[in-house]
Design a protein around this ligand. Structure first.
Ligand SMILES: [Zn+2]
Length: 178
């Protein structure tokens, strides 16, 4: 079922009951531009045609169904109400029956997601380049002959074998630095 009513010279409401959904569409038209706002509620099938009241600048809509729906419409705002508010001076807005709109074409099934690929990026940390900076892990190991080398030395005075890094011979005390 579908009904519509003109709320103001520039605003029209359309009420559609399709399957178990009640779809309310407010369409505002001002000269050239047209704005539409829709809200959808699960009400089940309508038991009676909807009722619209105008109360001042607000509009109250009641849908009689298994799950009754009462909506407060003001401007472009659509808000559900717990119960019908008192409407002492409200006027009923006549609703006009409209031919049911063509059913929506069935949604195309979603295509399954392609597996994620990371392009040609390879995650080899030993060769990873970041801009101009190239990480080369072999720079981190000390090269032979550096001051940190633990290579053995021999005392020029007594020939005692000393550990690298020693400043004096452990046997005779001869200075090993030159
Ligand atoms: Zn020595």
């Amino acid at each position: 079922m579908a009904y519509f009513a003109r709320l103001t010279p520039h605003q029209e409401i359309e009420l559609i009951n399709r399957d178990r959904q009640t779809v309310i569409t407010l369409t505002n038209s001002h000269s050239s531009q047209q704005q539409a706002q829709s809200a959808s509620y699960t009400t089940g099938p309508w038991l009676t045609p909807p009722t619209l009241w105008r109360d001042g600048d607000r509009v109250i809509l009641r849908i009689e169904s298994d799950t009754p729906l009462i909506l407060h419409l003001q401007g472009q705002a659509i808000a559900p109400l717990d119960r019908l508010p008192p409407l002492p001076n409200a006027d009923v807005i006549p609703l006009q029956r409209r031919a049911d709109p063509a059913p929506m074409p069935p949604m195309e099934p979603m295509q399954p997601m392609e597996p994620m690929t990371m392009g040609n990026m390879t995650m080899n940390p030993m060769q990873m380049k970041m801009g101009n900076m190239e990480l080369r892990m072999d720079n981190a190991t000390p090269s032979p002959g550096s001051p940190a080398s633990q290579a053995a030395q021999f005392c020029p005075q007594c020939g005692h074998k000393s550990q690298g890094g020693d400043r004096f011979c452990r046997a005779c005390g001869q200075s090993l630095t030159t």
